[in-house]
Design a protein around this ligand. Sequence first.
Ligand SMILES: [Zn+2]
Ligand SMILES: [Zn+2]
Length: 469
Amino acid sequence: MIACTYHPKKPARRCCESCHINLCQQCIKIDNAIQEKFLCPICESQTKHLGYAHAIEPFWRRLGKVLRYPFNPFTLSYLAGLTLFLFIAMLIPIPFRWIFFIFILYAIVKYAFAVLEHSARGFLTPPDSGLGHLTKNNWIPLQYIVVLGAFLAIIWAVWTYLTLGLAIITAASLLYLMPASIMLLGVTGNSIHAIHPIALLDVTRAIGANYLLLWLMMVVIALADGLIGLAIEQGLPTLIGLPSGFFISSLLLIANFHLLGYVVYQYHETLGYDVDQDFTEDEDDLPSTHSADAIRQEIHILLEKGDYETAKKRLKHKIIKEPNNLEIHHFCHQFLTEQNDRPGIPRHAQQYLPLLLAAKENNQAINVIKLSYAINPDYKIKDANIALKLAQLAIAQHEKGLATTILSHYRTHYPGDKNMVEAQFQYAKLLHEFHHDTAQAKMILRSLIGRHSQHPKIELLTDYWNKLQ
Ligand SMILES: [Zn+2]
Ligand SMILES: [Zn+2]
């Protein structure tokens, strides 16, 4: 497996040839403007596809999953139904019994091929569309018999017209090609393909040395099947033994056909087949289409490379594109704090604070404004409205010191502002009640009352002023 440069446990899907990095699904930068454009998170140029075979979990590591495959309600009840049918068949006279047998054989082979085809398209759980999928490819079981018949005929012909030795070699070769033949039949639905020597050799070549491994896995499963069957046959009366043996064999057959389908899926690129399903079993291994996650990933990669300036530029650009995405602003604030970007934090706060207030994320708003003042004691919140709201919030949260800082700047920062009376009144109250600076409070109130005699709150102001006398 080629691993992602930034996620060593994840298979890489694409690579950037100029940055020499391999990228997993998550790390690829997706350009939303142009679909199907997969960019390098560092240099933003088009990436190159790495091929799938290495990214898909190799079939030989899936033996456990392959054997567990048939254990789901649909497959189990389907096979149990056929087993029950077989049991009934054994209770009726021979000539009719055969009709049942043929039907059961047909139904099991049909289902096995449906599983193969479904798996080959990249679905790793059995088809759950009920019996619907059983209505297509009705001739597959018959074609399978034709293929098997053709194989037997070839062996028979070699034996009859040539030698027994050659016949044994032929039989062994055909047995070796059997998995390839079933795969071809399952995927193409064409029995000619399934016995065509060139097509068969092409399949073994595409899978390479691992074809032998596949073959051995199938032989092991078949041997296990044989041994279990033998044990059941000897231990149980035929009436029970035969259906039980059939049930176990069917389970293994389904597992085997799933394995064959999965191999087609794993090698679909070299085999030249399309798949429906992307090769992932992992929920969190999907491309980051979520805007905030995507930029987080991109910045993470740039920082890992030590390119702080580019990271900052990308983040800025992202904010210009999505100015109201609070999640991206959260991330930006975190990024600036972690990088200890002292000029950056208060600058970003200008945009961040109004969004925090609108989202009622009060604690974070308080933290951000405090941090901004800590960096720059003369910090000016651009919007007077936001400044007043923050001051009121600070008072409500018993952050009296912070409220005083904001309000002490109000008159110089926002001369002529429509909320001047309110802001100055709050400031005077704070001076008196919190800082015990009654003289200063009185001075502010007197000047306010003098200049704003028509203000609707004038009564409140004079009442308070009288109290201070
Ligand atoms: Zn990655
Ligand atoms: Zn690159």
